[in-house]
Design a protein around this ligand. Structure first.
Ligand code: PLP
Length: 467
């Protein structure tokens, strides 16, 4: 009696079965999702189940919400396959991977004009989130050490950023007991305003954090202007407040597209900078970097030396084990693209952003908020006097019908009554796809107009917004 008619497990299937056991079995039982089965299954069956399930995920190429790289070229993919087993912490086993990490740190320190790129400190992380935590911890410790030397209290540290800050800084403040002080964005100042900064800081401020590439709009916050305001404050009061630049996106854009913009270690007050390797660094997730201006900007007492993997390696990280392959992919991009290559890729993204934002500006319902001139990210809102019977959440849902993921969301505190829609132009959103997107956007607007209010309004929660 053929086993596939019996109640036997898949293990009992004849090994020479020439049809896919996944689809040729009468389904005996659903695969339990929330507890582990007693019996295993064939590798191909397990593969097929998961492969089929993730086919229901969105199409990464049509996701205009995320900043994170979803494409690398075949040679990079080959390198990834060769190195996915490397553990970044195992610097004794993988000394060359560690050496390459070190080279990437030097390259970034140099790109951002550290006065001592060959000597300063920096590390790779799982993303900007971990990088921001490390930078924040260094700033907090530095402030504590200085206060202790002065015999002053260290009980009430605070940190200053705009209300448009990325959620990681709210986490930092919450997890490490630092009071977050928000300078609200406004219509006139949709970014961190120097005057607002001066009103928020005091002797307990561990740092001010401007963002190079605000998540909501793509704007650069004015680092130099804020630094000058703090220089002035120091002259008047003696308060010396450092700056950390959250350059998660802009750290890989500004050096190529706005080389004359002064935002980095050229400003002495900028003590550390983070960037996401997996955003405009053009590497798969998850990779981030944090670099200190000079070695002494990272307090020595935060560095751990571990010997149990052989050798005696200094580390500053939240994770112990983590993948090392992404670091190699970052170095691959540095070699493969060079400055010219990065310029070409980012310039192309900017051209696509300018094209799309220019066309959207011409569309009747919309008012353009940003056009993609800082990072290649732009946003728009409905005109104040627009009389259509739909909102941007409806439009977001309508675009989803064509496969496009485009988030709509309210601006942060200070502008919370404004709802905007945003497109992140990443490597891979070609001019060709941009034309198709525009066509679908126009169709979606026409369709919503034609309903004349006969639609249920969208929920804010279901907008696919990715920070
Ligand atoms: C994306 C982003 C982060 C978080 O970075 P991850 O690499 O996703 O952890 C932090 N700050 C800003 C400004 C960002 O754009």
């Amino acid at each position: 009696m053929p086993t596939w008619h019996s109640k036997h497990s898949q293990r009992a299937l004849p090994h020479d079965l020439s049809v896919n056991p996944m689809f040729a079995q009468e389904s005996k039982e659903a695969i339990p999702r929330f507890h582990m089965r007693d019996e295993g299954m064939l590798p191909e069956t397990a593969y097929q189940i998961i492969h089929d399930e993730i086919a229901l995920d969105g199409n990464a190429r049509l996701n205009l919400a995320t900043f994170v790289s979803t494409w690398m070229e075949p040679a990079a993919n080959r390198l990834y396959t060769e190195s996915f087993d490397k553990n970044m912490i195992d610097k004794d086993e993988y000394p060359q991977t560690a050496a390459i990490e070190e080279r990437c740190v030097r390259i970034l320190a140099d790109l951002w004009h550290s006065p001592e790129p060959q000597k300063t400190l920096g590390v790779s992380t799982t993303g900007s989130s971990e990088a921001c935590m490390l930078a924040g911890l260094a700033l907090k410790r530095r402030w504590q050490n200085t206060r202790k030397e002065q015999g002053k209290s260290t009980g009430q540290p605070n940190i200053v950023f705009s209300s448009a800050v990325q959620v990681v800084w709210e986490k930092f403040a919450n997890y490490w007991d630092v009071e977050p002080r928000y300078v609200n964005v406004t219509e006139e100042h949709p970014y961190l305003d120097a005057e607002g900064v001066l009103n928020a800081v005091d002797e307990n401020t561990i740092a001010v954090v401007p963002i190079l590439g605000v998540t909501y709009t793509g704007l650069y916050e004015p680092v130099l202007e804020i630094a000058k305001a703090l220089d002035d404050l120091e002259e008047r009061t003696g308060l010396n407040i450092p700056i950390h630049v959250d350059a998660a996106s802009g750290g890989f854009i500004a050096p190529f597209l706005q080389p004359d913009l002064v935002w980095d270690f050229q400003i002495p007050r900028v003590k550390s900078i983070n960037v996401s390797g997996h955003k405009y660094g053009l590497v798969y997730p998850g990779l981030g970097w944090v670099i200190w201006r000079e070695a002494e900007d990272l307090p020595e007492d935060l560095i751990f030396r571990v010997s149990y993997l052989g050798g005696n390696m200094p580390t500053f990280a939240l994770n112990f084990s983590r993948p090392g392959a992404q670091v190699l992919l970052q170095y691959y991009n540095f070699l493969r693209l060079g400055r010219e290559g990065y310029y070409e890729v980012q310039k192309t993204c900017q051209s696509v952003a300018h094209f799309l934002s220019g066309e959207i500006r011409k569309m009747e319902p919309f008012h353009l908020v940003t056009d993609g001139s800082d990072i290649p990210v732009f946003a728009w809102r409905l005109k104040d006097n627009y009389t259509g019977n739909w909102n941007l959440y409806d439009l977001s849902r309508q675009l989803r019908m064509y496969g496009w993921q485009v988030p709509a969301y309210p601006m942060p505190e200070g502008m919370e009554d404004t709802t905007i829609m945003r497109v992140v132009v990443r490597n891979g959103l070609s001019m060709d796809l941009a034309h198709l997107f525009l066509m679908n956007l126009k169709q979606a607007v026409e369709y919503l107009d034609s309903l004349d209010g006969a639609i249920p309004h969208g929920s804010k929660k279901d907008n696919g917004f990715h920070h």
